[in-house]
Each structure stands twice: as structure tokens, then as C-alpha cells.
Design a protein around this ligand. Structure first.
Ligand SMILES: Nc1ncnc2c1ncn2[C@@H]1O[C@H](COP(=O)(O)OP(=O)(O)OP(=O)(O)O)[C@@H](O)[C@H]1O
Length: 918
């Protein structure tokens, strides 16, 4: 047998039984040394009893033995592991382990006995060897014998015992080994746990620090927000004050306009009165002239009768002459009878002349009455006055009725003059008394002054009239110096001279003046109306701005053109756009006006509409939630507005938004890093469907026994932002890519033909576009969401002709719209409970109605009388929506929060988190 130590912690046994190797075992000795020994059984000789172990234990024996083997004791000692290991279990195997402990191990005990036995045997053999050398045996034979002697012959039972012990020993070792492994594992776990806890602690403290920083940031932000809020409130107050000022100005303008109109009306009526009184006078004059004419005609008739009588008398006398009467007598008679005839003829000629004159005058007057006389240069008073007086006097002297009329006029004027004088006197007396009695207000004084001047004017008018009439009566012309003449011209300028010619010309001039004034008034009125309209538009604009600042939902109204079917039905157009902000509907009870943030007429193009929508795209990029939805009866143009026409010649809000978002992104590409993703859903028969999954694909998935059944559900995050759980979200890197996704989704939408619309949407379309923008300067992240909703239209089955499954669809659509109506009513009435949960549609739109989004509603209406009821319902509905207030907030995370969110996302998805991430 030989024994070898290699100084390692492994031990190997190699057993040879009856000349054969029976096995090799490795084990770790407690002392950590490797021992290999071989046992060859060659004799049945019983070994000597081993020596009793010495008091000092077996260790010295072992070291002694080991000195003869490869690997000396010092080397072995060196290789022994130092008792560094903290585990006491392992310490017991170290060199410092107490002997008592060693002896407790049965195997060790036996092993020690065995080694002692071997040592004794060796000693015995050495003794034998030395005696033989002394006898001088040949060296070769001795060598062979020595090699033979090196073998130790162990009795079979001992070997068996030994093997059994070794086996037992090995089992025990195995157990200990396993135990050690287990302990190692436990220890490792314990250590790993400790390390993990340490890391967690570190992470926690790191997070805590970050959180504190974030809190500080938040406080700063809060302060800034407060400042901003105060600023905005100030601005709102300023705008309100400005609005008030504008309103006040408008009221003042209106008052002024009203006063001016009244003044103008007063002046107009005064002028008309004057004109009619002048006309009356003219008619009187005309009537008297006609009467005169009549009388002249009668006179002519009488003269003609006299002429006839005289001619018959002449004939008679001629006959008598024939009978031979006295010629002298005849001549006398004849000369006597000729005398009245000549007078009558002269009178007749005179009358005729006067008649023609009168007729000419009347014609002139009538002409002047009919045609407004352009202002002609007045003849000089010095020429005009004597002519007028002479002519008037002539008429009066020739026509007795005129004379009588003149006398009457003089009398009347005298009476009127006396009355006017009395009135003036009375007024002066009263005024004098009043001025003595009390102090007057400026207004009273003004009215007194005006009535005094009126009375003075009346008196003066009558006085002038009196002088004129007196002159006409006498036929004299007044002798006037230049000063008097100019005074008279002034009077004539005031048109107080009652001559017909003057009157007519004055009336013509007055008419012209009136026309001029009317024109001016009209222009002024037009200007006032224009000012008022522009001011009204401005006021509405400011009002809308204030409302928007307050967070009110914006509502646009779009009137679509009359469709062909409506035209064939012959329904009248009952809807009209009043201005950019008002629409009017002709109802049976009269016109009804509705006000919105914008009204788009039938002529408004898709570009016009998008111009007002475009600014919301910037809000999305800035991190706001924005919702744009179209509402209206079926066939009113919702899909046209939101999506566009079929061949996309007139793209609607959705495709335009895609382009606008990517345009803004491109412009800001140097400052931000953007990410765009989208989901597209439809709410069909009260079930949410992912439009990125085709109906065929979904049907296939349903038929699979363990196929993935997608269930899309509406959830809200802590900030109240709605998101679709279970819906596929796809990323897009360009507007074209996003549009391709949109087209893919639209292809999966439920559409069918009804009587009202050949391409009627049978579901609500919901498109969500998420835009994440990371600021490259400060690392903050904005997350905006744009929700575009094309609602299905409310419909009446009788009108649309819906049957079977279309009826079911219509019921579902109407039910969800009615739930939407309930939500709108509750929000506009500011009720404490808003029934969002009554329908999936209202759940989807929860953050857009009364939530934290900037919302725009487009109410689409038909202009036709055929849809009057639905149009009125839609407009009332939209008016209610205008009253709803949202609280739009920006979704901004600082760099740290964004990073932490990323870490949380990674942890949630089971990804490894590195120190760098934290
Ligand atoms: N502003 C418009 N200019 C021109 N055509 C329009 C306009 N609005 C709507 N139309 C036309 O009217 C028809 C009906 O419009 P659309 O399909 O958009 O109605 P809808 O409200 O979406 O109906 P439904 O609720 O049934 O889906 C379409 O042919 C559309 O092209």
C-alpha cells in the first residue's frame, strides 16, 4: 500500500482487490489534503495489532508518515486553507480544530488506527530488511524482494472491513458534502439577498433624492403656474373691462345713432309738412285760377251769346232795311248796337290773354311741382320784387275772385299776425316772470329759447306777408336802399316771400336739399351699421377668446349644401348664416338665432374649416389632450368634415391633422425628439373594436379554441386621460405612414347605404394619436393626445328606412347618442353626478367633455326644411355643449420624471434596470 498527498482539498482512493483495481474515490478531507492509497491483497497474514494511539493523538504519526511521501509536511501545511472562512462548520476542519473534536469522528478514529497499524508493519519490515542485509543476500534478489515487500498484505476480512468503512466513510462524506453545498447555497442566497437589499436601499435613497428634486421642481412649477394664473386672470379682467368699455361705447353709439335718426325724422316730417303746406297753397292758387278760368269762360259764353243776339238783330234790321225804312235812323241804330260789341270783343281778347297767361302759369307751376327744379340763379331782388308785385296786383285787379282772395288773405294774415304777436308777448311775459321766480335748468332754458325764436319767426313771417300783401293790393313798389334790399334778399333766402314762383323754386331746392340730406343720412346710417357689425364681430371674437381662456368647449357650426335628394324633394332652404358667429333658422314660429364660435356656410371649404382647427395641432405637440368631434343627424356631413370625400379630393380634418402634426414636428426637429403612435377604434353595436384588426381576422380568432380574443376596454390613468386598453398601438414616422394606417383602419369600418345617405357610418369612429416630444435642451417630455371622433348620425328609422340589422345598429347609435346627451345636459347644468358610465361612447369621451382636454365640437346641419326638426335639435344640443367647461392641462414631465417612468415601465415589463438608468 502507498499513500500520497497532493495537498489539495480533494482525496482519492484507488483500491486494488486480488490484483485488480476495484475502484477510485475522491473525497475532500477535512484537512483539505488529497490522499491516494492502493491496497493489494497478497497474503492472508493477520496484521499486527496497531499500537495504541499516543497521548498526543494521531497527528504526529500522520506527519511522520507523510514526510516519506511526495509533498512534504511543510508543503502540505502551506497548502492547507487558512481558517479564514467565517462559517464555524468549516472551521472545525481547519488546523486549529481541537483534537477532541477530531476524535469524535469515527472514521478518523479508524483511519488513525489503520495508519498506526501500517506504521508498525513498516517498522517491523525495516527490522527484517536490516537483518537480511547483514546476512549478505545478493543485491538484485534483495531489490526484487523489497519491491515485493513494499506491498502490504491485508487479510481479506480486514480489507472488506476497510472497504466497508471506506464506503461508509464516503457516504458520510457525501452527506457532509451535500450539507456543505446546502450551507454554501444558503449562504450564497443570504449574501445575494443582502447585496440586493443594499442595492435596493441605494436605489431607494437615489429615488428619494430624485423625488425631492422633483418636488422642488413641482413647487417651482406651482409657483410659476400661480403666477401665470394670476397673469391670465389679470388679462381676463382687462379683457372683460375692455369688453365692457366696448359695450358702453356701442351703447353710446346706438344712442347717438337713435338720436340722429329721430332728429332726421323730425326734420324730415317738418320738411314734409312745409312741403305739403306749400303744395296746399299751390293747389288753392291753382283752384282759384281754375275758378277764374271757369268764370272767364262763362263770361266768354255770355259775350258770345250777346254777339249772337246782336248778329240776329243785325240780320233783322237788314231785312227791315230791305222793307225801305229810314237810312239815317238805321245808321244811328247800327252805330249804337256796334258799340257794346266792340267792347265785348276787346274784353274777350283781354280775357283770352289772361286765360292763356293763367294757363301758362299753372302749367309752369305743375311742371315745377312735378320736376324738382335745380337750383337756378335767383334774379336780383330789385328786379324780381317789382315784377312780382305788379303781376300780383294786375291779377287782383283783373280777376275779382283774386281780389276777393287777396282781401281775405290780408284779413287772415292780420288776424294771424295779431295772434302771433299776442303769443310772443305772452311768452315774453311768462319768461320774464319765470326768470324772476326760479332758476331754470339748461334744458328748460334751451326749450324756451327755441319756442321764443319760433314765435319771433312766425311774427316776422306774418309781418313780411302783411307788407307784401299791402304792396300787391296797392300795386306800388317799395323804395328800398341797398341795406334794406340785402335784408330782403336774406328774407327771400329764408323763403318767406309768398310768391308762387319763389315757393316752387324754394320747394325744388328744399327737395334737393332733402335728397342730399337723405343721401348723407343713408351713408351715415350705412357707416353706423358697418361700424356696429364690425364692432359686434370684434366683441364676439373677444368674448370667444375669454370663453376659450376659461376652458369652455368650442363649438363650430357647419351648414352643408343642399343635396340632390333634398333638391328633388323641393324642400325650401330654412337655414342661413347671419355672420361669422350667428346662424338663423326659419321655424314656424319665426326665425330662431343661434350663436357659435364660428359658423361655416355652405360655401366654406375644407381649408377654411381647417384654418380655424389648425392651431389645436400645436397644442397637441405642446402636450395637451385635444379632442375634435363631429356631431349631427345622419347625412349632415360629419364624415365629410372629419374624413373628407371618398376619393380624397377634399380631405377632411383627420388627414389634414396628420400632415399638420408632422409639419410642426419637422419645424421643431432641431429642438425636440418626437415619437408618434396611434390607435384606431370603432364603437359598433356598443362594442369597441380595434380597427387595426380586420373583421375577418377577428372572426378567425374567435373560432380558434384558444385563439387570442382581443377585448378593448376604456381605462383612465391617474391624470384622468382616457386610453384604450387592449387596442393595438402602432408607431408612425411620417404623415404618409400614419395616413396608410388610417386607411387600413377605415377599410375595416362598418358602412352601409340608407335612404338618407348612400355611405352612412354605422359606428362611431375614434382615432387616437399620441405625440411624445422630448426637449433636447432640458430633457423634459410632453405627451399630447389628439382624439378625432366621427360620431354616427342620429337617425329616424322612418326616414332612413332601416330594417333588421340596420335597425339594431340605429338603435345602438341612438342609445349611445342619448347617453351623450345626458352627459352634456348634466355637465351644462353643472349637476354633481355626470352619467359617464351609461355608455361606452361617453366613457371614451370622458376626458373631452368636462375633462382635461381642449375640445372642439363641429355641429353639422342640413339647410333643408325637410330636416328642420333634426337641425333644431342639433343646434340646441350644440348650444348646451358651449356651456361646458373643461380644465385643459399640459402633460409635461421633467427629465427626471420621464426617466423614472421609463425605469418603472422597464421594471413592469420585467426588463433589467441598470444603474445608469437610475
Ligand atoms: N360641406 C359639404 N360640401 C359638399 N358636400 C358635402 C358637405 N357635407 C356633406 N356633403 C355630402 O353630403 C353627403 C353626406 O355626408 P356624410 O356622409 O359626411 O354625412 P354623415 O353625417 O357622416 O352621415 P352618417 O351619419 O349617415 O354617416 C356626402 O355625399 C357628402 O359628400
Amino acid at each position: 500500500m502507498y499513500m500520497n498527498t497532493s495537498g489539495t482539498s480533494r482525496r482519492s482512493y484507488s483500491l486494488t482487490f486480488l490484483g485488480k483495481k476495484v475502484g477510485r474515490h475522491h473525497s475532500v478531507t477535512p484537512a483539505g489534503k488529497q490522499i491516494a492509497w492502493e491496497t493489494t491483497i497478497g497474503s492472508t497474514e493477520e496484521p499486527e495489532e496497531p499500537e495504541e494511539p499516543s497521548q498526543s493523538g494521531h497527528a504526529p504519526v500522520l506527519e511522520q508518515d507523510l514526510e516519506n511521501l511526495p509533498g512534504s509536511v511543510p508543503e502540505l501545511k502551506e497548502r492547507r486553507p487558512s481558517p479564514k472562512f467565517p462559517n464555524p462548520q468549516f472551521q472545525q476542519y481547519g488546523n486549529n480544530a481541537p483534537d477532541t473534536h477530531r476524535h469524535k469522528n469515527p472514521w478518523r478514529r479508524r483511519w488513525a488506527a489503520f495508519r498506526r497499524w501500517i506504521a508498525a508493519d513498516r517498522r517491523k519490515r525495516n527490522v527484517q530488511g536490516s537483518s537480511e542485509s547483514q546476512l549478505g543476500v545478493g543485491s538484485d534478489a534483495r531489490e526484487a524482494e523489497r519491491s515485493q515487500e513494499l506491498k502490504i498484505y491485508i487479510p481479506y476480512e480486514s480489507a472488506e472491513l476497510c472497504i466497508a468503512e471506506i464506503a461508509e466513510d464516503m457516504k458520510a462524506m457525501k452527506r457532509r458534502h451535500l450539507q456543505t453545498v446546502q450551507e454554501l447555497e444558503e449562504n450564497f442566497q443570504f449574501t445575494a439577498q443582502e447585496t440586493q437589499e443594499r442595492i435596493l436601499q441605494k436605489v431607494r435613497s437615489h429615488y428619494q433624492n430624485k423625488l425631492n428634486t422633483v418636488r422642488r421642481f413641482l413647487d417651482l412649477y406651482q409657483d410659476k403656474v400661480e403666477e401665470k394664473k394670476a397673469d391670465l386672470e389679470k388679462k381676463v379682467a382687462e379683457l372683460t373691462a375692455h369688453n365692457e368699455r366696448l359695450l358702453e361705447e356701442q351703447r353710446a353709439e346706438r344712442r347717438r345713432w337713435k338720436e340722429e335718426t329721430q332728429q332726421w325724422q323730425r326734420e324730415k316730417s317738418k320738411m314734409l309738412e312745409l312741403f305739403s303746406s306749400r303744395l296746399d297753397a299751390l293747389h288753392c292758387h291753382q283752384a282759384s285760377t281754375l275758378q277764374e278760368l271757369q268764370m272767364a269762360r262763362q263770361e266768354i259764353g255770355q259775350v258770345q251769346e250777346i254777339l249772337i243776339v246782336s248778329s240776329s238783330q243785325a240780320q233783322q234790321e237788314a231785312a227791315e232795311e230791305e222793307e225801305g225804312s229810314d237810312k239815317k235812323e238805321q245808321t244811328e241804330t247800327c252805330s249804337v248796337s256796334d258799340q257794346p260789341l266792340e267792347g265785348a270783343n276787346a274784353r274777350l281778347e283781354e280775357l283770352k290773354e289772361s286765360l292763356y297767361q293763367k294757363e301758362r302759369e299753372i302749367t309752369e307751376l305743375l311742371e315745377a311741382e312735378r320736376i324738382p327744379v335745380p337750383p337756378v340763379p335767383q334774379p336780383h331782388c330789385s328786379v324780381l320784387l317789382p315784377t312780382v308785385i305788379t303781376k300780383a296786383h294786375e291779377i287782383c285787379s283783373v280777376v275779382p275772385e283774386s281780389r276777393a282772395l287777396l282781401h281775405q288773405m290780408i284779413k287772415d294774415n292780420q288776424v294771424a299776425l295779431a295772434e302771433a304777436r299776442d303769443k310772443l308777448r305772452l311768452h315774453l311775459q311768462t319768461a320774464k316772470q319765470d326768470s324772476n321766480d326760479k332758476e331754470k335748468t339748461p334744458r328748460q332754458e334751451g326749450s324756451d329759447e327755441s319756442s321764443l325764436s319760433f314765435l319771433q319767426e312766425t311774427v316776422r313771417e306774418h309781418e313780411v306777408c302783411q307788407i307784401a300783401l299791402d304792396y300787391i293790393k296797392s300795386g306800388e313798389c317799395p323804395v328800398m336802399n341797398d341795406c334794406e334790399m340785402s335784408e330782403l334778399e336774406d328774407i327771400l333766402g329764408q323763403e318767406t316771400l309768398p310768391t308762387a314762383q319763389r315757393t316752387v323754386k324754394g320747394i325744388g331746392q328744399q327737395l334737393l336739399l332733402l335728397q342730399d340730406q337723405l343721401k348723407r343720412e343713408k351713408e351715415e346710417k350705412k357707416k353706423v351699421v358697418e361700424n356696429y357689425t364690425s364692432e359686434r364681430a370684434m366683441r364676439k371674437k373677444y368674448y370667444n377668446m375669454v370663453e376659450e381662456m376659461k376652458g369652455k368647449i368650442r363649438v363650430f357650426c357647419r351648414i352643408r349644401p343642399v343635396t340632390r335628394s333634398e333638391a328633388t324633394q323641393g324642400g325650401a332652404v330654412v337655414v342661413a348664416k347671419l355672420d361669422d358667429y350667428s346662424v338663423t333658422v326659419e321655424t314656424q314660429r319665426g326665425p330662431r338665432e343661434f350663436q357659435f364660435d364660428k359658423v361655416l356656410s355652405t360655401e366654406a371649404s375644407q381649408e377654411d374649416l381647417f384654418q380655424d382647427v389648425n392651431r389645436l395641432m400645436q397644442s397637441v405637440i405642446d402636450g395637451y389632450n385635444v379632442c375634435i368631434f363631429a356631431y349631427g343627424q345622419t347625412g349632415s356631413g360629419k364624415t365629410f368634415t372629419m374624413v373628407g370625400d371618398k376619393d380624397q379630393k377634399n380631405p377632411g380634418i383627420m388627414p389634414r391633422s396628420f400632415n399638420a402634426i408632422f409639419d410642426i414636428m419637422r419645424e421643431n426637429g432641431s429642438k425636440f425628439d418626437f415619437k408618434v403612435s396611434a390607435y384606431m377604434l370603432e364603437l359598433y353595436n356598443d362594442r369597441l373594436q380595434d380597427l387595426f384588426v380586420s373583421q375577418a381576422g377577428e372572426a378567425h380568432a374567435q373560432t380558434q379554441p384558444h385563439g387570442p380574443t382581443r377585448r378593448v376596454e376604456i381605462k383612465r390613468n391617474r391624470k384622468g386621460v382616457v386610453f384604450a386598453q387592449g387596442a393595438e398601438t402602432k408607431e408612425a414616422s411620417s404623415a404618409q405612414e400614419l395616413y396608410a394606417l388610417f386607411q387600413q383602419a377605415c377599410a375595416n369600418r362598418h358602412i352601409s347605404a340608407t335612404k338618407m345617405n348612400v355611405e352612412s357610418s354605422r359606428s362611431h369612429l375614434i382615432v387616437g394619436i399620441m405625440v411624445e416630444s422630448r426637449n433636447l435642451t432640458n430633457g423634459s417630455v410632453n405627451t399630447g393626445k389628439l382624439s378625432l371622433v366621427d360620431l354616427a348620425g342620429s337617425e329616424r328609422a322612418a326616414k332612413t328606412g332601416a330594417k333588421d340589422h340596420q335597425l339594431k345598429e340605429a338603435n345602438s347609435i341612438n342609445k349611445s347618442l342619448s347617453a351623450l346627451g345626458d352627459v352634456i345636459s348634466a355637465l351644462s347644468a353643472e349637476l354633481p353626478h355626470v352619467p359617464y358610465r351609461n355608455s361606452k361612447l361617453t366613457q371614451v369621451m370622458q376626458d373631452s367633455l368636462g375633462g382635461n382636454a381642449k375640445t372642439l365640437m363641429i355641429v353639422n346641419i342640413s339647410p333643408s326644411e325637410y330636416n328642420l326638426d333634426e337641425t333644431l335639435t342639433s343646434l340646441v344640443y350644440a348650444t348646451r355643449v358651449k356651456a361646458i367647461t373643461n380644465n385643459a392641462q399640459r402633460n409635461v414631465d421633467s427629465k427626471e420624471i420621464a426617466q423614472l417612468k421609463e425605469v418603472i415601465m422597464k421594471l413592469k415589463s420585467g426588463q433589467a434596470v441598470e444603474e445608469v438608468d437610475v
